[in-house]
Design a protein around this ligand. Structure first.
Ligand code: ACO
Length: 438
């Protein structure tokens, strides 16, 4: 689509302009973030900007300074754990869009539309990843660009000492798990955290992994003293079994007193374990920290055992939010990179509609074998299912079914039963875990 807005690459010379624009758009220190570490955070391989047309306006810059940016975005090289054949999981590359920023003077003139076209076409041209993903600042923005919300996150709030009731055998295994707390401020702690993050990602559908290059720096940006207010610096709780790390939690406490009684609050930003015993051991410690009254677990999957160990999601005060929005940038590659449910082989023809990435539009034959491996090829055959590309993104992780996208995104079937058959093939055994914040 022709556009009057031309985005260009940015370099280290542009970092001051990036900081200025980000500060204007995100009101300086946004919750959990601070601009002081922004330079390290921006991956200039992905960073693109739009300069104010016609030069700076009166009062906007000091003499000799560059014309301000009107828009900016960047992305991270991330991984995403998706369903594989035969009930397994696999990690595929994902281009994680971030810092989408349009200057208040330039809003609602189509700059974001030009930005999204620029971004998605570049991801396609680079060919490193068949998927793009993001967290949406507001829910109504990204569906129009072919993204579908693929995972839902639950926020759980548990009172101090909440009993987590698990089957006796699992509780006994959890008793064998040792845990220890370290401060998340050393190379050693960050290295252990990254290793645990990757190990957990291999076992948890939907996990988004941090870029290797940011493993040591990720929390510097997100845990700046100005942004954390009166809470303590982030800490790491590790689970160990036979000397091996089997799980981790990133948390912090905020000291509070209520009429002389301790009422501290614990916020758990990340919690993962390679087995259920590790998860139970970590969760039990996190709901029983001294001088606290409640623990909030952010970003939990909707089938989280932590919620059910309290009795039900109601017992954990569950509140739901949209988590990762997934966009198929290369439909045939994305559909063959993931696996499908085992069972009878399935052959179906999809007609995909996609205005932003026209190379995806048209008919695709999807052949799934009994193990759940797929081959995808162009075809002229009549379609069994007609779907907007966003519905394939919503169903991609296997949590939100394709069938559920019939009333919401307008998936239609030309062959009776075809949507249900594909929906079942795409369904995963567990709900995806929500993505880390990025
Ligand atoms: C992945 C991330 O980084 S999420 C972060 C997104 N950024 C922010 O929230 C920061 C503050 N906001 C902004 O910078 C801007 O207002 C943006 C990026 C949200 C929108 O940029 P704009 O240039 O104003 O959007 P643009 O004019 O291209 O609008 C494109 C379409 O999106 C719609 N749209 C734009 N913003 C919103 C919104 N907040 N909610 C719903 N729809 C929206 C427009 O109405 C338009 O709709 P159309 O397709 O029917 O014409």
């Amino acid at each position: 689509m022709p556009t009057e807005f031309t985005f260009t690459d940015l370099t280290t010379d542009d970092l001051a302009r990036i900081r200025d624009l980000t500060e204007t758009v995100w009101f300086s220190v946004t919750p959990g973030k601070s601009l002081e570490e922004l330079d390290d955070e921006v991956d200039l391989r992905h960073a693109r900007g739009l300069v104010r047309a016609g030069g700076a306006l009166p009062g906007e810059v000091e003499e000799g300074e560059a014309t301000p940016l009107m828009a900016f975005y960047s992305a991270f090289d991330m991984g995403l754990t998706v369903p594989a054949a035969a009930g397994a999981l696999t990690r595929v590359p994902m281009d994680g869009l971030t810092f989408v920023s349009v200057h208040p003077d330039a809003r609602r003139r189509g700059v974001l539309r030009a930005m999204m076209t620029d971004h998605l076409h570049r991801v396609h041209d680079r060919g490193e990843s068949a998927l793009a993903g993001l967290h949406a600042s507001e829910t109504g923005i990204y569906g129009r660009f072919g993204y579908g919300c693929a995972s839902v996150e639950a926020k759980l709030t548990l009172g101090r000492g909440t009993e987590l009731r698990a089957p006796a055998a699992l509780a006994a295994q959890a008793d064998e798990v040792a845990t220890h707390v370290v401060t998340l401020d050393s190379e050693a702690a960050l290295a252990v955290l990254h290793e645990a993050h990757l190990a957990c990602a291999a076992t948890a559908l939907g996990t988004v992994t941090r870029p290797e290059a940011l493993a040591q720096r990720w929390f510097a940006f997100r845990d700046h003293p100005k942004a954390r207010g009166s809470a303590e610096p982030r800490r790491l709780l590790l689970a160990r079994r036979d000397g091996q790390v089997t799980g981790y939690a990133v948390f912090r406490r905020e000291s509070k007193w209520d009429d002389g009684s301790p009422a501290g609050e614990v916020g758990v930003a990340e919690l993962g374990a390679t087995d259920d015993a590790g998860l139970l051991a970590l969760a039990r410690r996190l709901v029983d920290l001294d001088l606290t009254a409640k623990t909030t677990f952010w970003s939990r999957p909707v089938d989280d055992p932590v919620a059910w160990w309290t009795g039900s999601p109601r017992g954990a005060g569950a509140q739901l939010y949209d988590a990762l929005w997934v966009r198929l940038v290369d439909v045939p590659r994305a559909l063959s990179e993931r696996g499908y449910a085992e069972g009878a082989p399935l052959e179906t023809v999809l007609e995909v509609t996609d205005e932003v990435c026209p190379w995806n539009a048209g008919r695709w034959r999807l052949q799934i074998d009994a193990e759940g491996r797929a081959e995808v090829a162009r075809t002229d055959a009549e379609p069994d299912v007609v779907t907007p590309v966003g519905a394939m993104g919503a169903a991609y992780l296997g949590g939100r079914t394709l069938l559920a996208q019939v009333p919401t995104l307008g998936v239609t079937e030309r062959t009776p039963g075809a949507v249900r058959a594909l929906s079942r093939a795409m369904r995963a055994d567990r709900e995806p875990v929500p993505a880390i914040g990025f």
